[in-house]
Write a protein that binds this ligand. Structure first.
Ligand code: WT7
Length: 651
């Protein structure tokens, strides 16, 4: 296993002197006012989660909070629940029926406002559409949609009748969609004629048609018409969303589902070329997302909350769809790019809707810094009272800029650490109690036991780098990998004895604060998108001229990491003009634009270990200009010199 110390950045080693305690006003009105909650949860974690579960409406109460047979967890056993009921019906029965659920803004400037009643009506009808298409509990539907209200509507309609949704990010290519449709054995695909990105139309239906050329389980396709533009429709297979909606009754009863039945699968990248289908279930996931949404964001009925993520990723699932709607929040949803038509699009939106809680990613913050203060300064951002960050470590400089320029120097920042697998935020400040240190995700959420350990699972001393692990089960934890329980066990539960292995390196300071240092496995984080080096490598290698490829993430001032590829051609192939462009096209076709390497080098050979493994980690460390620490004791020491020499021949 790699040594996490080697990825320690200078910044994370600096002793940060400035601390930010919660302002008095925030402390007085926050949902969580006292840090006694940590002790309480520690004393009786199951009791703590049982109390948390009261945040939801259950059709039938659970008989037991937890059964833990590592690595298998079962939460709220015997409980019956429905996510759509919790996100809609229960609000519609109260004064919230006419409360705004979603202020939606399309990239071209079109706007829609949906109250909880509006959402309720749409979801009920669409659930009946799903039934009409022959879908029933346990079936899979794949959703390949832009950031339009129909995406949460389709998700909630699935959950209403127990259909398992699998959302595929609309930036993925036809090929990537196909792979996910096949793995999920989806019966239905829901898409749109196209989406918008930076003014361009993304041809989703065209991609879908291509994907469906070899996705035999898909019987039907529902197409939402995002604009007048026509798209070919296949008779008997393809149906227009708006036409189907007119043919069904307006009400569909939510199905009481066992708390442990799957709610959704979401594919994420791992250390092999094959994406992993993370499985989350109804009960625990909803408890975990709802309670963290309320406490971490201190979300009140008067707030206007905006999470800028895409629903195609876990952040959007947990903190645009399930978390906010379960607690009856008012939120903003935006379809497009932050710099379209100008770099102040976000700030214009904040001002228009009076956003009070703003949640975004460090890569976006660093882009805002680069674009310049004049853009946020053009708008009144004084409505903002709390800021959030997620997706990668936030450097203290970006943290301080975020606080002063976007937060007007008055807002706390919740730096939230979690993963697709964890489903919910696990390491985070509680805004009313936690003293912040810029760059630190601070402390585990109540009831969560995290630690930094060595390879044997022993805690390392303060300020030493190690592996970030979670030591006890939590309600929103993944259940398994779809159709691959063995990979689930191996990936997360065998690397460090007795703990969940996150794949991140971290250190804990003397106050117990966590400083996340980033991935220590072969997973990259590019502009907040998680990508496997092997995935990109296999895309490149699928080009007929390529024999082998090594892909590594290289530190990048805005993106966090950028992709660098070293490519070895097949014998006899001469590097021709245009080859690099062809390889980029190949990656775009196999995965999507997010995975296209910034730099490609054609090389004569690749540095390998004696067993034939490409020494990605040594390459990565050396191109990042990092000192290698203990790395030499773990591998053939001469490997480092080899790679150093090799890199010289490349650049
Ligand atoms: C990886 C998970 C669930 C959030 C969206 C990404 C990194 C996430 C933080 C943070 C430092 C972070 C980790 C983690 N990460 N949040 N606040 N500070 N690193 O979800 O695609 O599943 O990626 O993102 O490396 O392992 P994901």
């Amino acid at each position: 296993m790699p040594d996490p110390e080697s990825s320690q950045t200078l910044e994370s080693l600096l002793n940060v002197v400035e601390k930010f305690p919660p302002p008095k006003k925030l402390k007085e009105q926050a949902w969580v006012k006292s840090n006694k909650i940590y002790e309480k949860a520690k004393r009786d974690p199951e009791g703590f989660w049982a109390e948390a579960a009261e945040i939801l409406d259950w059709f039938k109460p659970w008989s037991k909070v937890l059964k833990w047979d590592p690595p298998d967890s079962r939460w709220f056993i015997g409980g019956k629940i429905n996510a759509s009921y919790n996100c809609l019906d229960r609000h519609v029965k109260t004064w919230r029926r006419n409360k705004v659920a979603i202020f939606w803004e399309g990239e071209p400037g079109d706007r829609r406002v949906l109250t909880y009643s509006d959402l309720y009506r749409e979801v009920n009808r669409f659930a009946n559409v799903l039934k009409k298409m022959g879908l029933k509990e346990g079936d899979r539907a794949t959703l390949y949609l832009p950031m339009i209200p129909e995406l949460p509507i389709a998700m909630l309609a699935c959950t209403r009748i127990g259909v398992i949704h699998s959302v595929v990010f609309a930036g993925y290519s036809a090929k990537a969609l196909q792979e996910r449709l096949r793995n999920a054995e989806a019966r239905l695909l829901i898409t749109a004629n196209h989406g918008y990105r930076r003014g361009k139309k993304i041809p989703l239906k065209k991609n879908a048609d291509e994907a469906l050329q070899d996705a035999p389980t898909v019987e039907k396709v529902i197409v939402y018409q995002r604009s007048d533009e026509l798209t070919p429709m296949k008779n008997g297979r393809d149906f227009w969303w708006h036409e189907l909606m007119q043919t069904v009754p307006p009400k569909c009863d939510p199905k009481p589902l066992d708390s442990e039945t799957p709610l959704f699968t979401l594919y994420t990248s791992g250390t092999t070329g094959k994406p992993k289908g993370i499985v989350h279930v109804n009960g625990g996931y909803l408890v975990g997302t709802a309670i963290t949404q309320k406490w971490v964001f201190d979300l009140k009925d008067e707030d206007v909350y905006w999470c800028t993520a895409d629903i195609g990723w876990i952040t959007g699932h947990s903190y645009i769809v399930y978390g906010p709607l379960a607690i009856g929040a008012t939120e903003v949803m935006y379809e497009g790019a932050p710099d379209y038509p100008q770099p102040d699009r976000f700030w214009e939106i904040v001002e228009r809707y009076g956003v009070t809680i703003f949640y975004t990613a460090p890569t976006a913050i660093r882009a805002f810094m680069k674009w310049g203060e004049e853009w946020p300064k053009k708008h009144d951002l004084s409505s903002i009272r709390l800021l959030g960050s997620v997706g990668e470590p936030i450097n203290p400089q970006a943290w301080l800029w975020y606080r002063s320029t976007i937060g007007g120097g008055k807002c706390q920042i919740v730096d939230t650490w979690w993963q697709t697998e964890t489903g919910m935020i696990l390491i985070t400040p509680l805004p009313g109690v936690t003293v912040l240190k810029p760059g630190s995700a601070t402390l585990p959420f109540p009831g969560i036991e995290a630690d930094v350990v060595d390879e044997k699972g022993n805690p390392v001393p303060p300020d030493r780098g190690g592996f970030l692990v979670i030591k006890n089960p939590w309600p929103a934890m993944l259940k398994t990998l779809y159709r691959d329980p063995e990979r689930y066990r191996r990936t997360y539960w065998t690397q460090i004895p007795g703990a969940y292995f996150t794949g991140d390196g971290a250190r804990k300071d003397k106050d117990g604060y966590f400083w996340i240092m980033g991935r220590i496995d072969d997973v990259m984080n590019v502009s907040g998108h998680r990508l496997g080096t092997m995935e990109v490598e296999s895309a490149i290698v699928s080009h007929p001229f390529v024999a082998e490829a090594a892909v590594v993430g290289k530190p990048h001032p805005v993106k966090g990491q950028s992709i660098t590829a070293y490519v070895m051609l097949r014998r006899g192939v001469k590097p021709a003009e245009g080859l690099k462009d062809d390889l980029k096209k190949q990656v775009r076709k196999e995965i999507g634009p997010i995975a296209v390497p910034d730099e490609i080098y054609v090389v004569e050979k690749l540095p390998k270990t004696r067993s034939g493994k490409i020494m990605r980690r040594v390459i990565r460390a050396l191109i990042s200009g990092q000192e290698l620490g203990d790395i030499t004791t773990l591998e053939d020491p001469s490997a480092v010199e080899e790679v150093r020499k090799w890199l010289k021949t490349v650049e």
